[in-house]
Ligand binder design. Structure first.
Ligand SMILES: Cc1ncc(COP(=O)(O)O)c(C=O)c1O
Length: 405
């Protein structure tokens, strides 16, 4: 099974000048793309390339049909009730900016409260900061406990009639914490708050069911789930999207345009101004097919066993500190007592062809909270192996020899 999955990713066979195969352990940044996705994108450009919703010729109609079928595939994938609830964006970041501007502008007022968490990626923090500053609203942060979990007792106390939005990540891109979004949404609803789930890190690892979660909005990026760059999704409940004003203005999002005044198209097109990333949507649909054929039960089992193995190996090294809970998603961030994370990542690359990421991982408030400037992060995907983790450990030993303590 693992062999046939790896065969789908030719890049995993690439070798460095030492003849070592790539061990790609930076899947939280972006995943590699399987052949089915690459082929579908190339096939679209070669055989179906036309703009959507515009031409009446066959090629354009085919392109429109392919694009809209991709939307329906996304709808089924996250179990949205209506296809109109799936809005294509350029990624999670744009989805959140759309939400902060189109929804936030009309629904957040002075003294309102927006609840975030201390583990948010900057994408799910900065747009809310700007909105709060503009409106005179307050940001509250659910604190994290010593073991990297959200403090639910504090969260429950934070909620009040002032709470207008609860927006949080499903899976932390640093700590690997899987947040209990069902519980968090349920509690927020009791106070009539709107809810947003940032599923950028969970979408490739956990099955998502927006009706079950009952969140009002959810976002993710195709490139973190074996799909292409430059495409993302914003899911929103239809009744809320209907009431929202557009986020960008231009072609295709309009119904009628006069010199002085215009009216807006139906959902989802009201939020899709201009030419869309049509080939990207095709690639995303193929990535969903790829994930579905493997199945989330197998994906979770494999990635859990990799995380468990890596945690066991890393925690045996007394120089290493791991951040976050013991039960986690496929993300492990750690520091080394005498090797800076950037040096460690560079040596892992040079000595073992192991790709890791070092830095604050676009979560500076979290780094400050846990008292580090940077961590080294490994994150797993469906194609990773225990042998690659062994090479990670060998690379750490090489780095320790270089720093010679
Ligand atoms: C939790 C989380 N949210 C949002 C983002 C932003 O995603 P994108 O850069 O694809 O817009 C990331 C990217 O790493 C992330 O990890």
């Amino acid at each position: 099974m693992l062999k046939s999955i790896r065969k789908q990713f030719p890049i995993l066979d690439s070798k460095n000048t030492r003849g070592q195969k790539l061990a790609y352990l930076d899947n939280a940044s972006t995943t590699q793309k399987p052949k089915v996705v690459l082929r579908a994108i190339s096939d679209f450009y070669q055989n179906f390339c036309a703009n959507t919703h515009r031409g009446v010729y066959q090629l354009a109609e085919n392109a429109t049909q392919i694009f809209e079928t991709s939307r329906e595939i996304v709808q089924k994938f996250i179990n949205a009730r209506y296809r109109e609830e799936i809005i294509f964006t350029s990624g999670t970041t744009e989805s959140i900016n759309l939400l902060a501007q189109a929804w936030g502008e009309e629904n957040i007022n002075q003294n309102d409260e927006i609840i975030l968490t201390e583990m948010e990626h900057h994408s799910n923090l900065v747009p809310w900061q700007i909105l709060a500053q503009k409106k005179g609203a307050r940001l509250l942060f659910i604190p994290i406990t010593a073991d990297g979990q959200l403090d639910m007792a504090v969260y429950e106390k934070m909620l009040s009639s002032k709470t207008k939005l609860v927006a949080l990540t499903h899976l932390s891109n640093v700590l690997g914490t899987i947040n209990d979004i069902n519980f968090i949404v349920k509690k927020a609803k009791k106070f009539g708050a709107t809810t947003f789930v940032d599923a950028a890190q969970s979408v490739a690892h956990l099955a998502l069911d927006v009706q079950k979660i009952n969140c009002d909005f959810l976002a993710f990026s195709a490139h973190k789930m074996y799909g292409p760059f430059g495409l993302g999704v914003l899911y929103g409940k239809r009744e809320i999207l209907e009431k929202m004003s557009p986020y960008q203005y231009g072609g295709e999002m309009i119904r009628e345009v006069n010199k002085e005044k215009s009216s807006w198209n139906n959902l989802p097109y009201k939020f899709e101004a201009g030419t869309q990333n049509i080939a990207g949507a095709v690639g995303l649909a193929m990535a969903i097919g790829f994930l579905r054929r493997i199945g989330f039960a197998k994906i979770s089992k494999h990635e859990r066993s990799l995380s468990h193995y890596a945690m066991k190996k890393l925690s045996k090294n007394k120089n290493i500190t791991i951040y976050g809970p013991s039960t986690r998603g496929a993300v492990i961030a750690f520091t080394h007592d005498f090797i800076h994370p950037h040096d460690l990542s560079a040596i892992l690359d040079a000595k073992q062809n192991v790709a890791t990421r070092s830095g604050h991982h676009c979560a500076m408030p979290l780094a400050k909270k846990i008292g580090v400037e940077a961590t080294c992060r490994v994150s797993f995907g469906i194609y990773n192996t225990k042998e690659e983790i062994d090479r990670l450990m060998k690379g750490i030993l090489s780095a320790e020899k270089i720093f010679n303590k």
